[in-house]
Design a protein. Sequence first.
Length: 473
Amino acid sequence: MADGGRAPVPQRHDLDAEAAVLSRCMLEPDAALECVELLEARDFYADANQSIFQVILDIVGDGGTPDMVTVAQALRASQRLERVGGTPYLAQLVNDTPFAANLAEHAGIIRSLARVRRAETLFTLLAAEARTGELGAIDDWLDACERRVLATCGDRANKRVTAFTAAELASIAYQLVESAKSTGRPALGLLMGFPNVDRQLNGLLPGNLVVIGARPGVGKTSLLDQIEHNIAGDLSRPAIVLDFSLEVSAEARGLKALSRRSQTPVQALRCGRPGDWSKLGSASAAYGKLPILIDDDPYLTPMSLRARIRRHVQTMRRLFPNLPLGAVAVDYLQLMGIDGRSSGNKAQDVGEITRAMKLMAKEFGTTVIALSQLNRPKDGKPPSVPTLTDFRDSGRIEEDADKILGLHRDDAHPVAGRPKDGLATCAVLKNREGETGNHDWLWDGPSTSFREQSPEESADQAFDDFEQHWSNK
């Protein structure tokens, strides 16, 4: 090798690809329209090519046709024509460049190399910050680094396409109806495990924000555990669940899961006296196979949540390569921080968080389930079943959520002379898919679990099937 045996540094640009794309844009109007979705001016390496492509974008944006004449006129008007090489360079692009038959492939080359150059610049900057800069809180700086890498090096061309013609939508909708008829299950949505509520909500749908509100001590975290286990353990369509537990530790969540599955009181497990060890072992083995990940970092903001979702999805898909992301859960909204400086108004801050979560549900094509803490009544009266008015001091929850559930238990707020009967209510307060209304549930304190009073099937049937499936392996 030349230069002392060192391998030559590969070029991080492709001028031939840049020329091919510019030529095609000035020869075919449709090509210019396509490139608007594929490239930005900064993706080009040569300054002259950046200027020419920006002019092409401007002409397309104004509804014009970017041929050689109109591009030259626009460059001349902005006093950039001579700087790009004048009309001879434009003529060279149009006349001497081989025809780019595969525009998307050439644009992909330009875009990929641009991302490499931006990554090189950013990593150099981050390395300099790490060596000489004032980093402040290390974890905050590292989270900021991750966000900057995603923002700088992300590939917009790989975003999910969400545009459909009426014919495509008609076909999709018809297939959903056929699927619902043949399976007897709600179209689209994942099942919470409470049949009557599932039917009313049509399941949990991708792109939806679902908020479950309750006052302290009612059992909303336990309900969230049940929902997650039913989604992850549904044999017909299991899905990955990511849980961000800001209030309860992952260890405590694990104990509750084993308590419910083994029908053993949590306190007995904490004391090391489960009674039936074989039953506990079976419950532990089945639970351990569920595609659930619990992140119990209490310091989350919408930006760090988005970054964590991306990272955890990669981790879980290595473990469960064939499963989709079914749900992202946050316990609970009012404990999250916000990015940047707080407004000083908690309701406004929560509103920013719920809006960000709704956007994340659409971005990741998943259901986001967020728990919300409701305040106790100020008049001293016993708490009652929540209504939408109980959410109105909590930012834009009522506006942003697709579905809102209110959870209530009479015996969570003892009143003299009233027995602890375990009665509970799940109120569907908002439902973009259909009707609202209340459902009667029962609460089992020792196993910290809910069930419908008269369900057509057990609320835990999906998990029981899952457990039986794995016990036969």
